[in-house]
Design a protein around this ligand. Structure first.
Ligand code: ZN
Length: 131
C-alpha cells in the first residue's frame, strides 16, 4: 500500500483541500483537475473542506499489514464529509466496539506510516469521533 500522492502535497497535508466546480457546485476529494460532470466547461477551484463528517460504513482490520507501525486491530471507515465528498480513512481514539454508522467524526493529524529501515515517518490525516 503506497501513500496517496495528495498526502505528500504540503497544502493538503495540514488542511483538507478539495476542489469545487464553479459551474455545477459539486465538491471533490481528493482534489480533481477536471469536473467529470462538466468536463471542459467546468471550472475547478480549491476549497478548504470542513473537517467534520459522518461514518457511512466501516470495517475492523484485525490483521494489519507489516510496516504500518502498530499491529493492533484498527478501524477503517468511509466518511462522508459535511461538504459532500466521501473518503476512506482510519478512525482513531475510539474503542473498536464503540463505532457505529452515522457516528460524527472530525479530522485529526496523525502519524500514518513509519518506515523501519529508513526511519522515515509519514504524516497524514485520520478521523476521530466527535463527542
Ligand atoms: Zn462541474
Amino acid at each position: 500500500m503506497s501513500i496517496p500522492r495528495f498526502w505528500r502535497h504540503n497544502k493538503s497535508r495540514y488542511n483538507l483541500i478539495g476542489t469545487r466546480c464553479v459551474k455545477c457546485d459539486e465538491t471533490y476529494f481528493p482534489p480533481r483537475k477536471l469536473c467529470p460532470k462538466c468536463r471542459r466547461k467546468g471550472e475547478l477551484e480549491d476549497v478548504n473542506l470542513k473537517r467534520t463528517g459522518e461514518i457511512v460504513t466501516f470495517t475492523v482490520i484485525r490483521n494489519p499489514s507489516e510496516g504500518w507501525g502498530n499491529t493492533d486491530p484498527y478501524i477503517m471507515a468511509i466518511v462522508k464529509l459535511d461538504d459532500g465528498p466521501s473518503l476512506t480513512t482510519q478512525i482513531v481514539d475510539c474503542e473498536l466496539e464503540g463505532i457505529e454508522i452515522g457516528q460524527r467524526v472530525t479530522k485529526v493529524f496523525r502519524k500514518i506510516h513509519e518506515d523501519g529501515d529508513s526511519g522515515l515517518i509519514h504524516y497524514g490525516f485520520k478521523f476521530k469521533p466527535l463527542d
